[in-house]
Ligand binder design. Structure first.
Ligand code: ATP
Ligand code: MG
Length: 437
């Protein structure tokens, strides 16, 4: 039985749980944000990179890390039906960017500054600020080892929040040093945790020997007092690592970015080194981390590339938009310049030709749509015009057309001012319709 026979009412199909449709007018806010991002990246000389959404599963097992929540339980992985290849919908984009950089030799003639924005997939429990398909904006600087790049990236995120008009976002910062320093700390940490085995929860016990650093950022209240007193990585850093970290802090302060050290901020992966950071708000409940990042000098080698320094961050776009809403920032601004009122369908050839000229000249204009039986009463057309939010109505009535003009009526400023404009000369008065005053 086909859907068209209508004999059986078919069940509605809905979006996958935790995956959202982004509808107008909400999508206008997304476009507004994307515009701000493009502009920001251009000013900072970061160029766009677009990598596939599907990657080999091994990329994330190695690049995100076998002992992370993401790889242990959050990935959408499947076998290619035709050749059995193990594939995964990307849960994050840093491994993909680094794979692409290695594959295309992007850093052969010096560093590259890149940014991306796109959907990521993680099988998590959906709630406000946590979805199964969500968007990440990310920036990565590949092939630079200086601390000024750590600072530049943090300034980039800071400036984006400023450009968006967001307030009350704090910056937390830590340093993970280099591998030998982390190994010395790790031994001390494991010894400490073993001494407190009775307070370790199941997760912590499992991680004790695989990823003990991650235990430090546990959210379990019963473990807080114990982790507060745990050995701190910062006290294991040598002179060079401390100097790198000091430079980052000095540069941030010089640029007016307030920061706070959080000794428990760890990324918990062996390829991270030196600076790690988060941008956090208290206005979104438990999903308050807007942006997280750090230096990951070891990742290129882990993915089969030459040793290459790198630093970057990823930002949750939904959370940023939710914070904008929370703080009353609605600069969506997709305003229509005009709404075309068409009393009689016979006028359509003339109307559509005129609108074509207006649109080519940059005017945004919505044309009234008929029903097939007719165009509808003037009253109902004016109602639609008001609802559209357009600043002007263009009236293509019989009287007007007889005189080769169109009436332009102001809808917004309360004046109701009407003017006649010559039909054949639309390009000349197009700019009038676009001026916001
Ligand atoms: P969290 O602790 O909130 O799970 P995370 O450490 O898993 O975050 P990252 O992998 O560092 O997050 O991703 C960078 C950013 O992407 C986060 O700071 C957050 O803003 C956003 N993000 C992560 N997971 C989700 C999700 N499931 N839904 C929406 N945004 C997310
Ligand atoms: Mg997570």
């Amino acid at each position: 039985m086909t859907e068209k026979t209508g004999a059986v009412k078919l069940e509605k199909l809905l979006a996958v749980k935790g995956m959202n449709d982004i509808l107008p007018p909400e999508s206008t806010r997304w476009e507004w944000l994307e515009e701000k991002v493009r502009d920001l990246m251009l000013r900072h000389a970061y160029r766009n990179i677009r990598t596939p959404i599907v990657e080999p599963t091994a990329l994330f097992v190695r690049g995100t890390g076998e002992t992370t929540d993401i790889v242990e339980k959050e990935m959408y992985s499947f076998e290619d039906r035709l050749n059995g290849e193990a594939l995964t919908l990307r849960p994050e984009n840093t491994p993909g960017v680094v794979r692409a950089a290695i594959e295309h030799n992007l850093t052969y003639d010096g560093g590259k500054r890149l940014y991306y924005m796109g959907p990521m997939f993680r099988h998590e429990r959906p709630q406000r600020g946590r979805y199964r398909q969500f968007y990440q904006l990310g920036a990565e600087a590949l092939g630079f080892n200086g601390p000024e790049l750590d600072a530049e990236l943090m300034l980039l995120a800071h400036q984006l929040f400023a450009d968006l008009g967001l307030r009350n976002i704090r910056v937390e910062l830590n340093s993970l040093g280099i591998a030998s320093e982390r190994h010395a700390h790790r031994a001390a940490l494991i010894a400490y945790l073993e001494k407190h085995a009775e307070v370790l929860d199941a997760d912590a016990q499992r991680r004790l020997h695989t990823n003990p650093l991650r235990i430090l950022d546990t959210k379990n209240p019963a473990m807080q007092a114990m982790v507060q007193e745990a050995p701190r990585l910062l006290s294991y850093l040598g002179e060079a690592s401390l100097k790198h970290f000091d430079t980052v802090k000095t540069l941030l302060s010089a640029c007016g970015v307030p920061w706070k050290i959080n000794p428990r901020l760890v990324r918990g992966l062996d390829y991270y080194s030196h600076t790690v950071f988060e941008f956090i708000t208290d206005e979104l409940g438990a999903q308050g981390t807007l942006c997280g990042g750090g230096r990951y000098d070891g990742l290129f080698e882990l993915l089969g590339g030459k040793p290459t320094a790198a630093v970057g961050w990823g930002m949750g776009v939904e959370r940023v938009l939710e914070l904008l809403k929370e703080q009353g920032q609605f600069n969506a601004g997709a305003e229509l310049d005009a709404y075309a009122i068409v009393p009689d369908a016979e006028a359509l050839p003339v109307v559509m030709q005129c609108l074509q000229t207006l649109r080519a000249s940059g005017v945004s204009v919505q044309m009234h749509a008929g029903t097939g039986d007719g165009m509808g009463s003037m009253k109902s057309q004016f109602k639609r015009a008001d609802a559209s939010g357009a600043r002007h109505a263009l009236i293509f009535g019989a009287d007007e057309l007889a005189q080769n003009v169109v009436t332009v009526k102001s809808l917004r400023d309360g004046s109701g001012l009407q003017r006649s404009m010559p039909l054949g000369d639309a390009a000349r008065w197009a700019t009038d319709l676009q001026s916001k005053t």
